[in-house]
Write a protein that binds this ligand. Structure first.
Ligand code: DOR
Ligand code: ZN
Length: 344
């Protein structure tokens, strides 16, 4: 198969940042995706419907002329998120979920949750109003190996959360392990997971290939090959619990190539092309539409797009660097040939 036409996909996990960086990165996502769930980990975080509305306006203003790209907003869960905040979110027509960050787990997570139980009143309201809980599923304890933090989170927190709030829509974001896939495959209730393209492309050797590779550093970390295989099997299975979420997370080049570099892979400029490469290599291009364009809307209770995009097997070269205002960003696969291209 040298070309494929699918319904316009959506990105169910995306970082757009703010200011000049926001303006620089919105067009890359809007080129391929009809909608995106926009992460709230700004500084300060997006905690209320009013803040989400203002952020949404800034995103809409950054769209290229004529674009109908629709940002789906999220709130950042804290230990003081109130039942009223959740009710307001449910009543708004632009907040679609609430994001849980364990405090200290990743970029701008300092205001996140330390004791999950303290957020239970808000979570109970989410269950009642049908607002999905999106989870950064890692424990943060210094004594837990960084490669095991997702598996330990599932064991310690996820199972209890699932049984305490059986009707709540829950998404384990950026699943990285076979433990996560096994959990989502067999969990009761409305449970789903997003899968990034970089976790499908790479195992953890990619962090050290020919030297230390800061542009492959993200959280949760890329894992062993057997975990990548489990993610690939889930993404290409057609199972509606698994859908596309790039976790595209731009950082300025100097913040990545640093003594204490930031976590995040900027995949938006070729996200759909790279997913097509991965699905083709797995002999599963026929499953790309379900993963990218159908399963996510079904979980969120939204209609799939009635537009289409076309991808062709037509090699091109990714720029080595991109400019974003005064900053430079290094995209995933910088300087490399990419086998597929979106042509319409
Ligand atoms: O690699 C990551 N980057 N993981 C996250 O959880 C956050 C993200 C970011 O905001 O940079
Ligand atoms: Zn993220």
């Amino acid at each position: 198969m040298n070309r494929i036409r699918i319904r316009r996909p959506d990105d169910w996990h995306l970082h757009l940042r703010d200011g000049a960086l926001l303006e620089a990165v919105v067009p890359a996502t809007a080129r391929s995706f009809g909608r995106a769930i926009v992460m709230p980990n700004l500084k300060p975080p997006v905690r209320t419907v009013a803040e989400a509305g203002a952020y949404r306006d800034r995103i809409l203003a950054a769209r290229p002329a004529g674009s109908r790209f629709e940002p789906l907003m999220t709130l950042y869960l804290t230990e003081t998120t109130s039942v009223d905040d959740i009710r307001e979110a449910a009543e708004s027509d632009f907040v679609h979920a609430v994001k849980y960050y364990p405090a200290g787990a990743t970029t701008n997570s300092d205001s996140g949750v330390r004791e999950l139980e303290r957020a239970y009143p808000a979570i109970e309201a989410m269950e009642k109003h049908g607002v999905p809980l999106l989870m950064h599923g890692e424990v943060t304890d210094g004594d837990i190996d960084v490669f095991d933090r997702e598996a330990v989170f599932i064991e310690r927190h996820l199972e209890k959360l699932r049984s305490t709030f059986p009707a709540m829509k829950m998404v384990l974001e950026h699943a990285t392990t076979s433990d996560a896939i096994d959990y989502v495959n067999s969990a009761p209730g409305p449970t789903a997971a997003t899968i990034t393209v970089h976790h499908l492309m790479f195992n953890r050797n990619a962090l050290f290939e020919g030297g230390l590779r800061p542009h492959h550093y993200c959280l949760p970390l890329i894992k062993r090959e057997r975990h990548r295989q489990a993610l690939l099997a889930a993404a290409t299975s057609g199972n509606e619990r698994f859908f596309l979420g790039t976790d595209s997370a731009p950082h300025p080049k100097h913040a990545k190539e640093s003594d204490c570099g930031c976590a995040g892979v900027y995949s938006a400029p070729a996200a759909m092309e790279l997913y097509a490469e991965v699905f083709e290599a797995a002999g599963a291009l026929d499953k790309l539409e379900a993963f990218a364009s159908l399963n996510g809307p079904a979980f969120y209770g939204l209609p799939p797009s009635n537009e289409t995009i076309e991808l062709r097997k037509q090699p091109w070269q990714m720029d080595r660097e991109l400019t974003a205002g005064q900053e430079t960003i290094v995209p995933l696969r910088a300087g490399d040939e990419i086998g597929w291209r979106q042509v319409g």
